[in-house]
Design a protein around this ligand. Sequence first.
Ligand code: AMP
Length: 197
Amino acid sequence: MDRAEQRITVYASSSNALADSYYSAAARLGTVLGKAGVDVVYGGGGVGLMRAMADKALEAGAHVHGVIPGFLNTVEHGHKNLSRLEVVENMRERKHRMLVDSDAVVSLPGGSGTFEEVFEVLTLKRLGDYLGPVILVNTNNYFDRLVGFLEHAVSERFMSESHLEMWSVVEEPEQVFEAMDSATRWSSEARKYAAVR
Ligand code: AMP
């Protein structure tokens, strides 16, 4: 598929209290996505890594679609200058809408909200309900322990070796497209291997 026709879902922290290196990596991701001309969909916040990414993606010319629950619009300062800000009923609908027509997921570091989003998409992928690449941007090695825990789940046989192919880790935002292109192709057949035997 032509890069410019792709729709990329981005998960990212809402925190305004991180080390600068996290914001600069988020901003670089925004620039990379914007320059590639993809459509970006994210949680719609005007705070944290979400904002850092969205501002640069917009600046570089991306269409940026935010999806925010009405009650969070004040807490997360719904971003005012997006190409589209969709206000939804609740968190579930947000997560769902962020994955509609999504070709790939890129996750920047984050807290419980980001973890939930990452685990949801990996769970859907394991069941063959989401087929796109899932890329973790490992700024400051933030995701090492999360990936280590997933690997532990595989070594204890809660998941299988093939599930290790569900995500890719990149150290720099500039590597996301290369990681998408080299990600293991996935199909709805995955559901046959969802349970470990
Ligand atoms: P965090 O990584 O905890 O800063 O959260 C990142 C984003 O995920 C924020 O926009 C949160 O509001 C959002 N979030 C947290 N919990 C959920 C949820 N259950 N469903 C959808 N989004 C969520």
